[in-house]
Design a protein around this ligand. Structure first.
Ligand SMILES: C[S@@+](CC[C@H](N)C(=O)[O-])C[C@H]1O[C@@H](n2cnc3c(N)ncnc32)[C@H](O)[C@@H]1O
Length: 328
């Protein structure tokens, strides 16, 4: 999975995620909610001189640019936006947009606060602000197992489990001898590493996944290509994704919140409300626009769809009581 996605000819090294699947992060309403969260976290941090807004697995930077556009100008002027993306072609996208490209390890070494986005292949550390990871964890490579053995890409046994993976399975995914387990330990570790980049602030992962009481019966590993779900190919020709065992991530931390996207967006003021019918006669264009917004928000919050995605928030040196989203 690692080689197929991130190796020299890996899928994400060559392809643009938005060409192959739709995600919440592509919606302006989602970006508006994140902008509300940025403002709340900024206030709780006492409005630092520089507010780091970092997107891990930023794709082509669609979310970062939309969030920046949705912020009030004075706050935007203090934001240092960094897109972390393994794909070298992210640099091309940055160039297309006229944004500055960075390659160093220090956040904002070459880009000051404002509207520019700097691009990195590695996550900078020492951040104060908001770290985002939308549909990143589902692309963090993992191993499959059955009955005490790892499985190869044809689902044949290929070696005994190491003790750390066996312990993860025992705690998080107790399974029968015929069941395939998707070992989420690599996601737990990737998340802990990402959160470790924060000196102060909030880290937010948004992804599809499941909790222990409702683990999937069949493997969720699948591929996407050109907007369609396809069998996963391990030669770099398709996306390979696998649902996230969200409850194992930062499980033993008290400074963490897990809720579904529908509730999260409601907390941030994004709800689907039909515009008043009277608007149709006074402002027909405005009415049609408002209807379109309602339907887009409806898609983001649909109970059986994107609304069931998970928001996992974890904070560091932040007074959670000052961030309404974290305690409503
Ligand atoms: C499914 S796409 C999500 C893109 C975007 N965040 C969205 O929600 O639409 C996952 C992205 O994460 C990137 N990625 C995966 N692992 C990464 C890592 N360790 N560092 C930076 N980017 C990574 C991939 O290259 C890919 O562009």
């Amino acid at each position: 999975m690692r080689t197929a996605l991130y190796g020299p000819d890996g899928f994400f090294v060559r392809e643009r995620p938005a060409d192959h699947f739709r995600t919440s992060a592509q919606s302006p309403h989602f970006a508006r909610a994140i902008a509300v969260l940025v403002a709340d976290v900024d206030r709780a941090l006492g409005s630092p001189e520089v507010f780091d807004l970092v997107d891990v697995g930023a794709g082509r930077g669609e979310l970062l640019h939309a969030v920046l556009a949705a912020l009030d100008a004075p706050l935007r002027a203090r934001v240092r936006a960094v897109a972390v993306e393994v794909s070298a072609r992210a640099d091309d996208a940055a160039a297309e947009r006229g944004a500055t490209t960075g390659t160093g390890d220090t956040p904002g070494a070459d880009v000051g606060p404002g509207t520019a986005v700097s691009w990195r292949t590695e996550l900078p550390r020492g951040l104060t602000g908001l770290l985002l990871a939308t549909e990143w964890l589902d692309n963090v490579p993992l191993d499959l197992a059955r009955d005490g053995s790892y499985l190869d890409t044809d689902l044949n046994p290929c070696g005994p489990l190491d003790p750390a993976d066996a312990a993860w399975i025992e705690r998080w995914w107790p399974a029968g001898p015929d069941d395939v387990v998707e070992i989420g330990r690599s996601r737990d570790e990737a998340w802990a590493e990402a959160v470790g980049a924060l000196d102060a602030g909030l880290a937010l992962a948004v992804d599809y996944g499941h909790r222990r009481e409702r683990r999937p019966i069949l493997p969720t590993v699948t591929g996407f290509w050109n907007g369609r779900e396809v069998p996963p190919a391990f030669d770099g020709s398709t996306d390979i994704t696998c649902h996230v065992a969200v409850d194992s991530i930062a499980a033993d931390r008290a400074d963490r919140l897990l809720l579904d996207q529908r509730s999260a967006l409601h907390r941030l003021g994004v709800t689907a409300q039909r515009p008043p019918l009277a608007l149709a006669s006074t402002d027909p264009v405005g009415y049609v626009r408002a209807l379109a917004a309602t339907s887009e928000i409806g898609e983001l919050t649909a109970t059986g769809g994107l609304g069931a995605h998970w928001w996992l928030a974890q904070w560091m040196n932040l007074d959670a009581k000052k961030v309404p989203f974290l305690h409503e």
